[in-house]
Structure formats: structure tokens, C-alpha cells
Design a protein. Structure first.
Length: 118
């Protein structure tokens, strides 16, 4: 676990073990899924589902900085649930995200991934 003030764009974070209550930075969801409350950004009171981005979402974001809001977790939003996925052989895989943008905010604890193995 590390302090979220150390996050920089490009860091890959394990959201499954982070036990976040508030998203500390803008994340692009790579695997797993989430439900977040974005009411502080949108005014909408119903929680929003997020899913891992597909290859074309990742390429658009990388090349054109175009975000698919269904794959982005925005900094400052409240976490309702984050969960990983199951592999085809039934092994649990964590919810992973890459840091897209950081900003000022309270320090939160997140788990960094040192090696990303597919």
C-alpha cells in the first residue's frame, strides 16, 4: 500500500485490494468492474456502473485523449463497489486501473502493481 499523493499518470493500480471509499485520481479501468456515485460531479443520484475498457477504448484514450465515460473512474467520486473478474479457469483476477490524471486531494492508500502479467 502506498499513499495516493505518489500517483502519477501511467501508474497501474490494484483497486481490488485498495479498499477505497473515494477515487483519488482519474483512472481508466483495465479489468474488473465498479459501481460509483458520481453525484458530486453530475448531480445524478443513481450510482453508475463502470466496466473495463476494450482495446479500441484504450487506443482512443492513448492517441486522442478521448474518454469513454463507461470505463473511466473520476477522481473525487465515491466507491459503492469494486470487484475483479474470474479467469476462464476460475482464478480470481484483480480490478486494475491505469492513472489517467491526478489532482490535489486528500491522501488515500492504494495498492500499486509492480508487474502487470496478462
Amino acid at each position: 500500500m502506498q499513499d495516493s499523493t505518489n500517483l502519477v499518470p501511467g501508474d497501474v493500480v490494484n483497486l481490488t485490494t485498495s479498499q477505497l471509499s473515494i477515487i483519488p485520481a482519474d483512472f481508466f479501468l483495465l479489468s474488473g468492474d465498479a459501481i460509483v456515485n458520481e453525484s458530486m460531479l453530475t448531480g445524478e443520484s443513481v450510482p453508475v456502473s463502470k466496466a473495463a475498457g476494450k482495446d479500441e477504448d484504450i487506443l482512443k484514450w492513448r492517441d486522442e485523449k478521448v474518454e469513454n465515460p463507461k470505463t473511466f473512474l473520476y477522481g473525487g467520486t465515491r466507491v459503492v463497489r469494486i470487484r475483479g473478474t474470474l479467469s476462464t479457469v476460475g482464478q480470481e483476477r484483480p480490478a486494475l486501473a491505469v492513472v489517467a490524471r491526478t489532482g490535489r486531494g486528500e491522501a488515500l492508500m492504494v495498492s500499486y502493481i509492480n508487474e502487470f502479467v496478462i
